[in-house]
Design a protein. Structure first.
Length: 453
């Protein structure tokens, strides 16, 4: 839904998610999206989360997130250019911004894991912003172990999926030892987007299954060398490959004869079968291919002045709202992300370990994030929410007693679909008060009233 921020005159987009707590995966996805967007704010090529609407009560079920408004996604833009094509200078401009956003995420040790044209937004000035961090994961290593064992290979839309995500699925045995994935999966997906900008069609759009996608990759890139296949393939797939004749590569240059050699060379580096030798996003940003658009991209990264609100004047009501912080850095000095804290994302481990499975506990975690955006909610509203959380803890205590009674009678009783227990509340590292304290220590814009466009 689109709206206007009446205090600044800027358009915003409201993403409403209903029945958030109906399933555990949905809660986790929304939590990731809010947490990553809030902590990684400030890069011009990531869409900005401006607010999360304050809930009506402690038992809220819907979440409304307020983002910068971008009129079009890259998928619709590419579709509109089928038949006419996209000028190569514009492709270059878009790809540099996409890679800068990726490099920023990867420096923060965050993988997007769902990069595709539909999750890349553009505006009429060719500004580009990556969106939808709901599937993103940070690669933390803590004393409780890293998070890699929580990752699934079933991420990224099929035709943008890297080889290392496909291979584990060929035997239905899950991940094979020695084939973890990394931020290289995002670089592969960006390479597919790069090719799609030239073709105006998905590079591997004919992939109707995992096996078909792997065949299409072999057709384009050729059969991988034996040493690469031995490291990446399960034994049965390796044996199957060795029984078949070696397949020569068709080549990106033959597929896209109109693409400049420098573009094909960079694309080939991004679409390298072996993730260990695939170019990184940061190295791709530094490619000489982009030298003639760096100044323009830097200019696009500067925040535009706020429009004058309807019926107001510059320096009036709008001036009471602090503007988004200007981007720092330059073409030679990239913007650095903050260091993410593993404790802010350990709900993934706690849920996976069975210590936290309760909807009320995850609601508390989400409330802590929402509280950060609302410094004006200091008194009664905070007390109401805290009272609501006390009620939630009491419900958890009753559920725990019921489960204990069920076990004593030789059965089981679970009044909540997601299970859990009181220890999850008491063991929460931050809780709502942590979110209130954090937001009080930083000066952020208050909630801005909205009106429909």
């Amino acid at each position: 839904m689109s709206a206007i921020d009446v205090r600044t005159g800027r358009p915003v987009a409201i993403k409403r998610v209903d029945a958030v707590f109906q399933s555990l995966p949905m809660v986790l996805r929304i939590l990731r999206e809010v947490k990553f967007n809030r902590r990684l704010a400030g890069h011009p090529n990531l869409v900005a989360l401006r607010d999360v609407v304050w809930p009506r009560d402690a038992s809220f079920k819907d979440v409304r997130m307020v983002f910068d408004s971008m009129p079009c996604d890259l998928d619709r833009f590419i579709e509109s250019r089928r038949g006419t094509g996209i000028d190569e200078p514009l492709i270059k401009l878009l790809m540099l911004q996409l890679l800068k956003g990726l490099a920023y995420l990867h420096e923060a040790r965050v993988m997007h894991r769902d990069l595709k044209p539909a999750n890349v937004l553009i505006d009429e000035t060719c500004r580009l912003k990556i969106c939808d961090l709901g599937l993103a994961r940070a690669n933390f290593e803590t004393q409780n172990g890293d998070h890699a064992h929580l990752w699934t290979a079933h991420v990224v839309s099929r035709c943008y999926r890297a080889p290392e995500l496909i291979v584990p699925h060929t035997t239905d045995k899950g991940f094979v030892a020695g084939v973890p994935y990394s931020s290289a999966i995002d670089v592969w997906a960006a390479g597919c987007v790069f090719a799609e900008l030239f073709l105006c069609l998905p590079l591997f759009g004919g992939a109707t299954s995992q096996a078909k996608l792997l065949e299409l990759i072999f057709d384009l890139l050729g059969t991988p060398t034996y040493d690469v296949a031995q490291r990446m393939f399960p034994p049965e797939l390796l044996a199957h490959m060795l029984r078949r004749p070696t397949r020569p590569k068709y080549g990106l240059d033959r597929l896209m004869p109109a693409a400049p050699p420098a573009a094909v060379a960079l694309m080939s580096a991004m679409l390298t079968f072996d993730p260990s030798t695939r170019i990184t996003a940061a190295a791709a940003v530094a490619s000489p291919y982009f030298d003639d658009v760096r100044a323009e991209v830097e200019e696009l990264g500067r925040p535009s002045p706020p429009p004058v609100p309807a019926g107001g004047e510059a320096g009036g009501a709008a001036s009471a709202v602090p503007a988004a912080p200007p981007a720092t850095g330059s073409a030679t000095e990239p913007i650095r992300p903050p260091a993410l804290k593993a404790a802010d994302f350990d709900f993934e481990l706690r849920v996976a370990n069975g210590a936290v499975n309760e909807a009320e506990v995850l609601r508390d975690e989400l409330l802590a994030e929402i509280a950060y955006f609302h410094p004006e909610r200091q008194t009664q509203r905070d007390a109401d929410i805290l009272m609501g959380m006390a009620d939630a803890e009491a419900r958890l205590h009753r559920a725990e007693e019921a489960r204990a009674q069920g076990r004593a009678q030789g059965g089981s009783h679970n009044p909540y679909p997601l299970g859990g227990g009181r220890q999850a509340v008491s063991g929460h590292p931050r809780g709502l008060q942590g979110g209130l304290n954090e937001r009080n220590n930083q000066r952020l814009p208050p909630w801005l009233s909205m009106q429909p466009m």
